[in-house]
Ligand binder design. Structure first.
Ligand code: NCD
Length: 327
């Protein structure tokens, strides 16, 4: 049982308990996570087949408001909305209204007046998706596409879906998350999702300066070297050094970092045979991971990207049509 199931209440849920926004995975129960993964799996098609489509969101409008760079997340939210029949508008606010001093909320109110139904928000400042969610009209939903270092809920879901597809279960798995944990919203959302889904052996490892405070990542074991972190694991998640979230002085030297923490084929041998290698991208090849591993047989990095569209379709459909039938 998940002790936090359903305990968070608003602002993420409607009074009837259904999911209205997706700002964090923290209050989602194991059943809710599994339902989202099941719904997402229904949208996954084999490579080479036409993508899944439906008209579930015909007549809806989704706005992507991104103030931090994004390729995969932005494009996959756009494709997800379009494949469900919605209209999409994309705003890169660092290029437009923010420069002019218009606040995110003013932009949201403007778009809401144009009958936008859902806002997908990425921002480098913590709390922005929540602030928007607290101020939109009751029929409008807000989805976080990455909140500072704090959370990246759809990434957590796509990572869980990728693991489920490859391993068929969560219970009994060992997983290591390696690298710049301190600044990683990807690691935080993966941790929330996977411990709720039943992964008990979760390990985090990275250079001391890039490890999170001791109060964070409860239940994870902490490792100070790559080999011990990898030993016997089924799932290895490598992370990018989040240069944009640290000062020049804190930046590790690339060659030293690769020597200590870079995932090579030889080092991956410490993990269990058939272990999968994940990376949220963008990748620094030759720093946290070598190309031979990133493009090798154990890599599921492209599955993660493909699953990102399916997960975002499932989330958009769930929040916008709460009683709608799964496609
Ligand atoms: C990540 C992000 O932006 O948090 N990328 C992504 O969404 N796939 C990870 C990163 O930037 O390192």
């Amino acid at each position: 049982m998940n002790p936090t199931a359903g305990s968070n209440g608003p602002p993420q849920r409607r009074p009837d308990g259904s999911l209205r926004h997706l700002l964090t995975l923290e209050s989602l129960s194991r059943t809710e996570l599994e339902q989202l993964l099941e719904r997402a799996q229904g949208f996954v098609r084999p490579v080479g087949e036409r993508p899944a489509r439906s008209a579930a969101l015909a007549g809806y409008t989704v706005a992507n408001l991104f103030t931090e760079p994004s390729t995969r997340t932005r494009v996959s939210f756009e494709l997800a909305a379009k494949r469900l029949g919605a209209q999409v508008v994309n705003l890169e606010l660092q290029l437009s209204s923010r420069l002019k001093g218009e606040s995110m909320l003013d932009t949201v109110y403007t778009l809401q007046a144009m009958q936008v139904d859902a806002f997908v928000i990425r921002d480098a400042e913590a709390g922005v998706p929540q602030a928007v969610a607290a101020n939109v009209a009751p029929h409008v939903s807000v989805l976080s596409a990455g909140e500072a270092h704090v959370s990246h809920p759809t990434q957590g879901l796509l990572d869980a879906l990728t693991i489920r597809q490859r391993k068929g279960r969560f219970e009994g798995l060992s997983m290591a998350i390696i690298g710049d944990i301190r600044h990683s919203r990807v690691a935080r959302s993966a941790w929330h999702a996977l411990r709720t889904l039943g992964v008990r052996d979760l390990r985090i490892a990275g250079p001391a300066a890039l490890m999170p405070d001791a109060t964070e990542f409860a239940g994870c074991s902490r490792h100070t070297d790559l080999t011990s972190a990898l030993a016997g694991t089924d799932v290895v998640m490598m992370l990018r050094i989040q240069k944009e979230r640290m000062g020049e002085a804190d930046l590790p030297d690339a060659a030293q970092y690769f020597a200590a923490w870079g995932l090579t084929r030889e080092r991956l041998a410490a993990a269990r045979t058939g272990a999968i290698v994940m990376h949220p991208q963008p990748m620094n090849r030759g720093i946290e991971i070598e190309s031979e591993v990133a493009d090798g047989p154990q890599s599921v990095i492209r599955d993660q990207v493909r699953n990102g569209v399916a997960v975002r379709m499932a989330v958009l459909e769930t929040v916008l049509t709460p009683r709608g039938a799964a496609a």
